[in-house]
Design a binder for this molecule. Sequence first.
Ligand code: S3P
Length: 433
Amino acid sequence: MKFIIEPGGTMSGTLRVPGDKSMSHRAIMLGALATGTTRATGFLSGDDALATVAAFRDLGVSITGPDDGVVSIEGVGLHGLSAPANNLDMGNSGTSIRLLSGILAGQPFSSVLSGDVSLQQRPMGRIITPLSLMGAMITAADSGRPPLEIAGGQKLRGIHYDLPMASAQVKSCVLLAGLFAEGRTSVTEPAPTRDHTERMLRGFGYSVHTENGVISLEGGGSLRATRLDIPADISSAAFFIVGAVITAGADITLEHVGMNPTRVGVINILRLMGADIEVFNEQEVGGEPVADLRVRHSALRGIEIPVEEVPLAIDEFPVLLIAAACAEGVTTLSGAEELRVKESDRIASMAEGLTILGIRNEVREDGIVVHGGELGGGSVRTFHDHRIAMSFAIAGLRAKEPIEILDCDHVATSFPNFAALAQEAGLGLRIES
Ligand code: S3P
């Protein structure tokens, strides 16, 4: 499936993008480990979150839905999972495989986790190292890539782990393994990353301490089922935010967007570039801040992106680089080597597409320099990466010629109705198979 974007589109109206991917995964995982029935609304029916649903069904958990964003999970308690009959297929989802590995490392049964071509390229050594220190037995394929074989019946012990990279997936993996470990498990991060695991554990009645940058919990407690209202994913909203900012006359309102301070880097960075983003109806829903956003066209200027914003906007750089291409002057991204191990090498994927569209850029090991300019048309590759596909679709709002985006099937991993919502907002998007 490919997208063709015709020039001359706009972004207007009021819309709600689908539910937060990170929270959707965690809702299933924690709901499964709780006692009682957890009901979540706003659940993301994207392929990644559905891979987590399927895995927990394979682990013996009864899950109803998702139906119109509503999902019910019959928790089996911390020690109630059962051995899967087959290998667990995590599809394209790094969050599923890394977080689930933490849970499965503490089970009495063995399991094997695998995924698609993109997932099979992604590094798992980063979770194998701390889990092994806790006493887990995990075997990976070549150079620490999936599939992962996790041996059952290992006794886990709590550790303190200093994360070598800013990764919420690694942090969450260690904390989830800590639920099954003897004693206290704690982590420190080189920079704050999304804290949905910590917040949601507390929502399930599990005590998690955060003090002086150390996040810790005691193993062997219990989780109580709860109700969850999952807000719209700011990472999906980002495509419409940038789309509106770069398009003359645009004016869009995005409803009920998750505004967790560890996720709002995209707004902070765009504001530094001169974007007009109004935040209103701010409220707290189930322990997570939520707001509506009104975004209008603004003249952007190139900036040096502050390194402390990088982990807070880690999934939004593909579309932020489109904003950089539309800005006056030069934008420099550094300290972002983690982008090289996402669903694709996002520095290389974006550099290739930007060059094809006539935007001058220089690739660095830990980032990229983008020179604002005139976007032309052309045919760009996505490298099986949903966010690369959607970012170049948004570039079409400013391109002088049509953009063809090859291989867009993976858009469904995080944003299954992207094409329909973008068309509704005014993007000249056509799907071709
Ligand atoms: C996620 C953490 C981030 C992010 C991913 C979702 C999570 O990955 O890129 O899309 O839900 O914990 P890293 O932990 O690899 O930075």
